[in-house]
Design a protein around this ligand. Structure first.
Ligand code: FAD
Length: 283
């Protein structure tokens, strides 16, 4: 690990809204620990079709009541304009000033597509309905979105979100730093000038991560997969190798000019806290 890492970046941590009182208690302790690292904000995901609408809002409000900046995610899949407007009004009335705007994924089974088909239409709607009230983050994909017809079109669709009013972007997670730097260069050449924060997924449960990566279009490099698979049920080795790989990736991204990092916490503080120590970041 290089000894001197740039420490001026801005950091954020993502949670999902818990379903049970035990999950809520665990998350409270997680954000209390992660708050010591002075993140810019915590974000809370949103279930497709608004399935977590109330829990996302409650979690965000609790985090704010504890004195931290919080951003709800909002997806448009399956929603009408009236649904979205009502969520925005609720967030605005609660004093929320940030959000992560997404299309979302259609759950399997029947569900209407919704009135807004892409995240760019959602960003435009948020701007039309609430002007500059929200600081809007959007998603982007250094390894390209699985449904994109070509890298060129995916980049053009990312640009549409920026033109519609996005202020910053967070990437899908990845384990290949060069892919991120190449993607940022392509964005700059295409006139996309907002900050692009790498999304970092610490490795807790490797088999779950491998399954999820197949559907979301994030590549697990062969060297990482083979090594992880070779550990079998040896959880301590999986944890240590994952920490080593993700700390090295994070260090390389910060040194190479990434504006900060967004961690997919999976509602756990332990892995992030350890990565923090290894990066020698303040906090
Ligand atoms: P879009 O930007 O709309 O892109 C989706 C696809 O459509 C891409 O292939 C794009 O190239 C294509 N496309 C875009 N515009 C057009 C157009 N005009 N014509 C043709 N094709 C077009 N999901 C959730 O359900 N809840 C969450 O809380 C959540 N949080 C996330 C946070 C982050 C940081 C990230 C990276 C993802 C998150 N997701 C979440 C997953 C996300 O919803 C999925 O990746 C989804 O498949 C795409 O969402 P998007 O906002 O990137 O969509």
């Amino acid at each position: 690990m290089p000894s001197q890492i740039r420490t001026t970046g801005s950091f954020s941590f993502e949670f999902f809204p818990p379903k049970t009182p035990e999950g809520e208690a665990r998350l409270r302790s997680t954000w209390a620990q992660l708050a010591k690292l002075s993140p810019e904000f915590f974000s809370v995901t949103y279930g497709a079709g608004g399935s977590t609408r109330e829990r996302t809002l409650q979690t965000v409000l609790e985090i704010r009541a504890a004195g931290h900046e919080a951003a709800p995610h909002l997806s448009c899949v399956g929603a009408t304009r009236a649904d979205i407007a009502s969520v925005l009004d609720q967030y605005r009335a609660c004093g929320i000033r940030r959000m992560v705007a997404l299309r979302g994924d259609m759950p399997s089974g029947a569900m209407a597509i919704g009135e807004l088909r892409y995240a760019s239409e959602l960003v435009a709607f948020v701007r039309a309905h609430t002007d500059s009230h929200f600081r809007i983050a959007v998603a982007c994909y250094p390894e390209y979105h699985p449904q994109a017809r070509s890298p060129r079109e995916d980049l053009a669709h990312f640009k549409q979100k920026v033109v519609a009013g996005a202020d910053m972007a967070i990437t899908q997670y990845f384990y290949n730093a060069d892919g991120y730097f190449r993607f940022v260069d392509a964005c700059r050449s295409a006139g996309i000038d907002i900050p692009i924060f790498p999304g970092i997924m610490p490795i807790g449960n490797f088999s779950q991560l491998a399954r999820f990566s197949e559907t979301c279009g994030a590549e697990i490099p062969r060297w990482l997969r083979l090594k992880m698979e070779s550990f079998g049920d040896d959880l301590a080795s999986i944890r240590e190798f994952g920490l080593e790989a993700v700390s090295a990736l994070s260090a390389r991204l910060l040194e190479g000019g990434a504006p900060g990092l967004h961690f997919y916490s999976m509602n756990r503080a332990d892995l992030i806290t350890e990565i923090w120590k290894r990066l020698d970041l303040p906090g």
